[in-house]
Design a protein. Structure first.
Length: 138
């Protein structure tokens, strides 16, 4: 009888409490997250971020409300190019490098692709954002 009880106990799912990260204030979308914006709560939420170090310095993609769990998809790298920013377009092959002035038609972080308008030709092109804020065009 005791063996059946032990087996039944093992088969019943147990609620495991884990630490998750929540915000202490409302963080608007496009706002960079600081360590002082976060606290740790001891509850189990599937998919919630458990390490505040992962979130610090990231940009909120959606509004984050106080006491609610933060998921990895809710944050991303901070944007370095905003819509309507003047940017340098760079086209490079081997020893040849051509630059032009452009206007960003979107916003994005390092490595993301955005649409840009070449100001001299008024042509819309797509390029990848470099760490220095220039747009690499192929």
């Amino acid at each position: 009888m005791q063996i059946l009880f032990l087996i039944a106990l093992l088969l019943v799912p147990m609620m495991v409490h884990a630490d998750i990260v929540v915000s202490v204030r409302t963080i608007r979308a496009k706002e960079v997250i600081l360590a002082s914006d976060l606290e740790i709560k001891s509850i189990a939420v599937e998919g919630a971020v458990a390490d505040p170090g992962i979130l610090v310095g990231k940009e909120a993609r959606v509004a984050l409300y106080p006491g609610r769990p933060i998921r990895a998809a809710d944050v991303g790298p901070p944007a370095i190019v905003d819509r309507n920013d003047l940017v340098t377009l760079v086209f490079g092959r081997a020893t040849l490098s051509i630059t032009a002035e452009g206007r960003a038609l979107g916003r994005g972080a390092v490595g993301e692709r955005i649409r840009v308008m070449n100001l001299s030709s008024r042509t819309t092109i797509t390029g990848r954002i470099r760490p220095d804020g220039q747009i690499e065009v192929n």
